[in-house]
Structures are given as C-alpha cells and as structure tokens.
Design a protein around this ligand. Structure first.
Ligand SMILES: Nc1ncnc2c1ncn2[C@@H]1O[C@H](COP(=O)(O)OP(=O)(O)OP(=O)(O)O)[C@@H](O)[C@H]1O
Length: 709
C-alpha cells in the first residue's frame, strides 16, 4: 500500500511570485484547502492554505502580495514510494499532504480521503483473504453471536453439517441444525475442547471457543470441526500396522537365521540377534553403517547388499565372518512397484558352520543307530538260527515265552500236541536254554521203535546180555543223556513194563543196564511229548498213573497249525528261503498258491508244510510255484479247512500216501527218479516228499530202480 498508488497526481501548484488573489481564486474554484508552492524545478518549497489567504485579507495586504511571503515552509511531506501506515495520526491531522519523490520534486497530494480509501481497500483485501482462508480450510468453522445467529460459516462446515441453504449469515443456527447434542454444543457459551461427536455417519472432533474483542468483550462463539472418520480408520489401521510390526519384529528376532535389513544404499537399518550372534557384531556398531563398511573392516568377507544393488535381483553368497562363522547369505531386493527401483534389501543368513556341526552330529547319530540296528538284526538272526522257530501268532509266542521261562527250572515237562506241531523243536529249545544246555540232548520216539528193541535202546545192556549183544555191552540213551536232557517223544506208546523201569530211574536217579547188576548214577532232565490223551490211557490202564503224575509237572500244549493261522505265511517264507538256499534255487510262490495253502487245514502241521515246500522247491521246474504244482489234495482245501480232529491223526500218513498215489503215475515216477538221482538216498527223498522211507523204497523197487546199499 504505497503512497503513490493512492495520491492525487499532478496537483494544482503555485509559484512563490504568484499573488494572493490567484491563490484565493484557485482555492475557491477547486474547493480545496491548500496549494503546494514549487520553484522553477518543481521542487516543493511551501504550502499556501485558506488560512493564509484569510489572514492576509484580515491584515489588508494588497492582492498582489506574492504567496512566497505568506506560505508555510515547515512542511509534513510524504515520499511517493513509502507505505501508508495505520498509525498516521499527525499525517491525518494535516488533511492534505504533499508527496515528493526522493529528489524533492512534487509528484502529488495525498488527501485524508485518499488515506481512508487506501485503508478501505486494504480492509476489503484482508477480508477477502480471510474468507478465502476460511473457505479453503478443510476443517469446518461456524461462528455464531451470543444469540445463536450465524456470523460466519465455511463450506467445510456446510458439508459436515449437511447444510445447503444460501445466505446463512444472520440466520439462527437452530434453523440450520436439528441434532440436539450438536446444537447444544454450538450454542454453548462455554469453551469446550476436543469434543467427539457422531454426526451424519461421520465422526467429528469439535473445538468450541468464545470470540472475544480487543477489549475483552465476548461477542460470540466459534466452533472448529474436524472430520476424523478417516483418521479413526487410519488410526485403527495404524494400530493394526503397529501390531503387525511388533509381530514381524518378534518373528525376525525369534528367527534362528540371521536377518538384516538395509536401505537402498546398503546402509543397515535393522538386524536381529541371530545375526549378532553369528558375526559377534553388536547392534550399536552396525545400525546406520553401510554393509560394505563391515566388509572393509573384515567383519564379513563380502557385502551382499552391494551385489543385490548391482544385479537388482536376489543374490546368494557364502560369507565368512571374522569370528569363524560361515554363512549362506541371501539378499532379496524390495522393489518399488512403479519405478522398479530398490527400496530396501532384506538379507537372510544361515549359519553353515552350525548346520555342518548339526549335520555331522546327525550323521554320527545315524551311524550309531545303524550300528545298533544291525547288531540288533544280527542278534535277532542269531536267535532265529539258534531257535529256528517261527512264532508269529500270539499263542505260539506265549508258548515260547513259557518255555524260556521254565527252561532253567530243572523239572520234568510234558509237551502235548498233534504230530508235527513242533514239540521236538520246543524240547530242544528248553534244553538249550537250561543249565544243561552244554550237555547232551537225547531224543527218542517211543512209538517208532519196536518195544523189544526199545528197552535196550533206553536202558542199555551189559556184555553178553543176550544173543547178538555187543561184546562190551552198550550204554542206553538214558545213560547217554547224563548231564543233559532226555526227550521221549510219543511217551504214550511206551510199554507198561518200561514205564515202570523209567519211573524207577526217575525216582532213584540211577540206571541198570539189561543183564547187569551195576547201578549207574544218571542225572538228566526228562521232557516227554505225546499226541495221545494220556489221562484216558491212565483210565484204561495202558499208562501208569504214577508215571503220568511224575512227568506231568509242567504241561505245555501246542495248538495245531490250523489254529494259529498267523504263523502260516511267515513259515512258508521261512521254509521257502531255507530250501531255496539249500537246493540253490530261487523259487517263488504265486499269490493264488498262497491262497490255496491258506485255505488248507494242514493236518500234518508244520512238518507237512515243511515237506510240501521242500518238495515244491525241488520238483517244480518253473520259477513260480503255481496252483497246478500244488498237491491235488490241497485243492479241495476249502472244504478240508474245517478243524481236523486228533483221532484222525493216523490218516495223515494216509493222506501223504494218497498224494503219491493220486498223482499221475508217470509224473510221479519221473519226480521220484529225479529226486533219487539228485540225493542218492531214500531217506532224503522220503524227507523231501514227507513220506516214510519204506514207501520210497517200495516205489523205487516198483519202478525197477536199483538202490545203493
Ligand atoms: N515253529 C516252528 N518253526 C520252524 N519250524 C518248525 C516249527 N515247528 C515245527 N517246525 C518244524 O516242523 C518239523 C516238525 O517238528 P517237530 O518234530 O518238533 O514236531 P513234533 O510235534 O515233535 O512232531 P512228532 O510228534 O511227530 O514227533 C520239524 O522239522 C521242525 O523243525
């Protein structure tokens, strides 16, 4: 607001030679109060006012008197380039102020009206500026007077309060706002700070303050409203973000891998304790430090961030730390979606030295476990070898446990069960596991030896005891069992007189050979076995009761194979391997054959199974044993799989013979000849075929085969 912008330029001027009459007429004609006086160079030299003219007339000065004599020379002047000030008291008193430039040349007159015009102009400008500010602010502002009439309201307030009315100034606020709570607040004459209010689905934060004049008079109230709806959402998001950040921090901190975050220039901004642990670098040393600086100081062998910045993609390197750690570090850039520029780099460092250590420990543990495992396997295999017993079924396992438990207790044992169930096997196991294990195991089948021979076999004989007896005499099996175990199979077939003799030996613990007087002390353990019902025999008088009770101290009953099906397949596998190995073959059994075997009742029990498998391994030409190779007898097995009663036991042999008979005569002959060719022993062939040796001898004779003596 400069003087020259508001002054009246080129004012009417007087020269000092001009007469008073001219001054008077100019003042009158132009209705002005004073005239500036200038010299020839238009420089201001004085001022002539109406008062000067009136005084000259009063003093009767002649009209021609030059104004130079009357004029006022002490002047209040303004420079054309100076500002107009609000506090111009003296200047306003002057009424008309000559305006000169910096060279003293008169350039204009500034009247009181000019000054007022300047101030009015300025005020208008300020008001419109304030209004623009008021309107442009994002916050809503409403000012009301003490009676609640609107003094001022901006667009933001109109928007927030949902008012669309025009010319609201002087309107009562009660006509514009209906919400009671908001109205109470806007009309309140008290200052209110940070009031939260839900209005029109938005959240408002309102500051309500009195409008006070310079003199301290309250003239109204102003409310400033802030829409914090978005802010609330942002604040909630911020809280969620902070939570997420904390979670992320915890995750980063709890990571076993080292994690380092750098900015776009590779300056470390964050890293976790794991990295600190791996490199031995404390946080205060690294935060704010360029990763390259760590490389330069030799703390790490190479800076991953530099490579990531160069290649602008994920990079993995092996870093060697000064403290000896070896790290596999992968740096991943975080790129700006729009520009593709790197914003940050996240590095993941895995401690390979530790990993290697753990790997080595693991390897060691693995080797150890493998060693134990194989030792265990060896032990297990040895066990199998020693015992050679397959016991997969629970019944059989219980029996084995019982045998092992009872073995060290030096008592007689009676094993009951059908022919071929494994009574002999168990007897041997008990012997091996007893204290007599290192002593002899003498086994004799009482049913297989004619009774006249049985006595001398059991008790021995003195020299010359009977015709045909050896010169020196011979010890009996009882004597041979001294210090060991005597296994009497089929004890039910022992003649009554021998039962008495046996009982005596058991009670008196000495034996007398036939035809001898000398008693020989014997110390053996008796294990007897039978498939007959001994108690029934006691009742019918064919078995001595006292002997029965003497031997039946611990009875062990072995179930037939058909009653312990779980043993079947393991046994097939076991025997197949055993005979493949023995005969240097590699025969396999088809699934269908296994099904037939499973359905079969196995009246001859394990012995029958063992024999059939060996026979199949030996006689089957094809590598796979198919159903067609199985004995015809087994093919009707589904019907035969019903329980096979003990009484039918005698027919087991019959069945075996029937197998031989029923088969095609020619192929039977071929097989028999092939087997005899291979083994050159009727005993072995009989074993393979599961028939009695005499049967083989008879058949070979029938087919005219010359047997070796
Ligand atoms: N659980 C088994 N595991 C492996 N082989 C077995 C098993 N049971 C029996 N055997 C085998 O079956 C055949 C017959 O067994 P063992 O001679 O012990 O039967 P047994 O009941 O004594 O028969 P018998 O009353 O006719 O004398 C033997 O060759 C034996 O090795």
């Amino acid at each position: 607001m400069r003087v020259r912008d508001y002054m009246t330029p080129n004012p009417i001027v007087l020269h000092k030679e001009d007469p008073i009459s001219r001054a008077a007429s100019l003042l009158l004609e132009n209705r002005i109060d004073g005239l500036p006086v200038v010299d020839e160079a238009h420089k201001l030299i004085g001022l002539v006012t109406k008062s000067h003219v009136f005084r000259a007339m009063k003093n009767h000065l002649p009209e021609e008197t030059p104004v130079g004599i009357l004029m006022q020379t002490r002047l209040v002047t303004l420079y054309d380039d100076q500002q107009i000030y609000e506090d111009w008291d003296e200047e306003l008193d002057a009424g008309r102020l000559p305006v000169i430039d910096r060279s003293g040349t008169l350039v204009g007159i500034l009247t009181r009206t000019d000054i007022l015009r300047a101030f009015e102009h300025q005020t208008r400008k300020t008001i419109s500026q304030l209004d623009a500010i008021l309107q442009s602010t994002y916050h809503g502002i409403v000012a009301v007077d003490l009676t609640g009439h609107v003094l001022s309201i901006n667009q933001a307030a109109e928007r927030l309060l949902g008012i669309s009315q025009k010319n609201m100034i002087r309107t009562s606020i009660t006509e514009l706002v209906s919400d009671k709570t908001l109205l109470n607040l806007l009309l309140s004459l008290e200052k209110q700070h940070m009031v939260r209010l839900d209005y029109g689905g938005r959240k408002l934060l309102i500051n309500h303050t009195p409008i006070v004049t310079d003199e301290g008079k309250k003239i109204g109230m102003a409310s400033v409203m802030q829409d914090i709806t978005e802010l609330e959402v942002i604040s909630q998001e911020l809280t969620a973000m902070q939570k997420l950040n904390r979670e992320l921090d915890t995750i980063i901190e709890s990571s076993h891998d080292g994690i380092v975050v750098t900015d776009r220039n590779g300056v470390i901004r964050h890293f976790n304790q794991a990295f600190s642990r791996m490199t031995g670098l404390p946080a205060y040393e690294a935060i704010g430090c360029k990763e390259e600086e760590l490389e330069r100081r030799g703390i790490i062998s190479q800076a991953v961030s530099r490579l990531v910045i160069e290649k602008k993609k994920r990079v993995s390197v092996i870093q060697h730390a000064a403290n000896g750690s070896v790290l596999l570090s992968t740096g991943t850039p975080i790129l700006d979606d729009e520009t593709g520029e790197i914003l940050q780099i996240v590095m993941n460092c895995r401690d390979l030295s530790q990993l290697n250590r753990v790997k080595a420990e693991l390897e060691e543990a693995k080797q150890l476990s493998e060693r134990y495992h194989s030792e265990l396997e060896v032990l297990r295999a040895q066990q199998m070898e020693i015992e050679g017993i397959i016991a997969e079924s629970e019944e059989m396992r219980n029996i084995l446990q019982m045998c092992i438990r009872i073995a060290p207790v030096d008592t007689s044992i009676l094993i009951l069960g059908e022919s071929g169930v494994g009574k002999g096997v168990l007897a041997k196991l008990i012997h091996q596991r007893s204290d007599r294990g290192r002593g002899p195991f003498i086994s004799i089948n009482c049913g297989a030896i004619p009774s006249n021979l049985l006595e001398s076999e059991l008790f021995g004989y003195a020299s010359g005891a009977f015709t045909g007896a050896q010169q020196k005499g011979k010890p009996g099996l009882i004597e041979l069992a001294d210090g060991g175990t005597l296994f009497l199979d089929e004890i039910g077939d022992l003649p009554l007189d021998l039962q008495v003799k046996l009982l005596t030996v058991l009670q008196e613990k000495h034996v007398t050979r036939i035809g001898d007087v000398k008693e020989r002390a014997v110390d053996f353990r008796l294990i007897a076995a039978t498939n007959a019902n001994l108690l029934e025999r006691v009742q019918t008088g064919t078995f001595r009761e006292d002997l029965y009770y003497r031997i039946n101290v611990v009875p062990i009953e072995v179930p037939p194979l058909r009653k312990r099906r779980e043993d079947l397949f393991p046994m097939i596998r076991y025997f197949l391997n055993k005979f493949n190995e023995k005969h240097h073959t590699n025969k396999r059994i088809s699934y269908e054959s296994l099904e037939v075997m499973q359905a079969y009742s196995w009246p001859g029990n394990v012995r029958e199974l063992e024999n059939i498998i060996e026979r199949l391994v030996v006689t089957t030409v094809d590598p796979i044993i198919e159903v067609k190779h199985l004995p015809k007898l087994m093919l009707g097995a589904n019907l035969a799989s019903v329980a096979f009663p003990m009484e039918e036991k005698r027919e087991v042999g019959m069945h075996s013979k029937m197998v031989l008979h029923a088969a095609d005569q020619e192929s039977e002959k071929e097989r028999l000849l092939a087997l005899y060719e291979k083994y050159r022993s009727t005993r072995k062939v009989a074993k393979v075929l599961g028939v009695h040796q005499s049967t083989v001898v008879r058949r070979l004779n029938k087919y005219g085969v010359q047997q070796k003596k």
